[in-house]
Design a protein around this ligand. Structure first.
Ligand code: NAD
Length: 293
């Protein structure tokens, strides 16, 4: 039976470490780190994620500002909000919660964020710095996964690492980070996607599988070898009338059967999600040390 990688617990440990650093800052007369979030529209999952980020800010003693904009916000209006945050010296870092409504060009918006305030690590300049192994804000979810591997001392060197899904925010950056000449990293990485042939054969060779495709219970026990390390990024709301809110959260891994073969596995919920929040908070503290535009 696998060791469960407890993201909820580890995220709280990291948050406690950050809270100590915040009180040290305050003792030195410095201000609280300040994170802002822009939420456009009424997407239920996005609202939940942003609320969790604001709550975590309160827990570690950061200041937070939530800017809620209606679904009908134009691209131009959103761009003006971003300009305001870029120019607001009291804000150390900010995020624009994705996905944005379809009439807004996400890439255009991301490119407008001051890279020194881009605590989600999505700006092309920060992605470029990540590729070149220069100091930067690593994207929050991949960084949370690295932290998992590091704190549980999971061996990644020379291991076969298969990543399922090639999104800009998870799969692609994860493939770069796991291949770096660094720990956690130095893995032999295979990045797979919707056009990959023989995914099962590829997965059966993997020592580590990072699954981020958004298809509930996609990875099954017959696709993995004994002793594999499983990182499940997927979060899908599946209708469930037995729940008060009418749904439950399901990962991309068939947990009950895969956990019997794995050496380590992340649960959903309580795995990668809370680690993403811990990374965002870490990036925000780091952002206080940078001189902004
Ligand atoms: P996405 O939705 O942008 O893209 C999905 C990817 O899966 C694509 O690259 C596609 O090529 C690949 N794919 C689709 N079908 C496939 C198949 N049959 N075989 C192999 N690959 C296939 O990806 P995303 O934004 O990274 O989101 C993936 C999941 O992770 C979603 O459930 C999302 O909610 C979740 N997520 C969780 C966190 C977190 O903090 N836990 C953060 C980001 C995303």
């Amino acid at each position: 039976m696998a060791t469960i990688l407890d993201g909820k617990k580890l995220s709280l440990t990291i948050q406690d470490e950050l809270a100590i650093k915040v009180s040290e800052r305050l003792q030195k007369g410095k201000k609280k780190p300040h994170l802002a979030a822009i939420l456009v529209g009424e997407d239920g999952a996005s609202k939940t994620y942003v609320a969790a980020k604001v709550k975590a800010c309160e827990r570690v003693g950061y200041q937070s500002t939530l800017i809620k904009l209606p679904e009908i916000t134009t691209e131009k209006e959103l761009m003006l909000e971003i300009e305001k945050l870029n120019n607001n010296n009291s804000i150390d870092g900010f995020i624009v919660q994705l996905p944005l409504p379809s009439h807004i060009d996400e890439q255009k918006i991301i490119q407008l964020i001051d890279p020194k305030k881009d605590v989600d690590g999505f700006h092309p300049q920060n992605i470029g710095r990540m590729v070149l192994n220069l100091p930067t804000f690593l994207p929050a979810t991949p960084n949370g996964i690295l932290e998992f591997l590091k704190r549980y001392k999971i061996d990644t060197i020379g291991k076969e690492c298969v990543i399922i899904g090639r999104s800009h925010i998870v799969g692609s950056p994860m493939s770069i980070l796991m291949a770096r000449n660094y720990y956690p990293g130095n893995s032999t990485v295979t990045l797979t996607h919707s056009r990959t042939q023989n995914l099962k054969e590829i997965c059966l060779k993997a020592d580590i599988i990072i699954v981020a495709l958004g298809k509930p219970e996609f990875l099954t026990a017959d696709m993995v070898k004994d002793g594999v390390v499983i990182i499940d990024v997927g979060i899908t709301r599946v209708n469930d009338n037995s729940k008060k809110n009418g749904y439950r959260l399901v990962g991309d891994v068939k947990f009950d059967e895969v956990s019997k073969k794995a050496s380590y596995i992340t649960p959903v919920p309580g795995g990668v999600g809370p680690m993403t929040i811990a990374s965002l908070l870490t990036n925000t503290l780091n952002a206080t040390k940078l001189k902004k535009m």
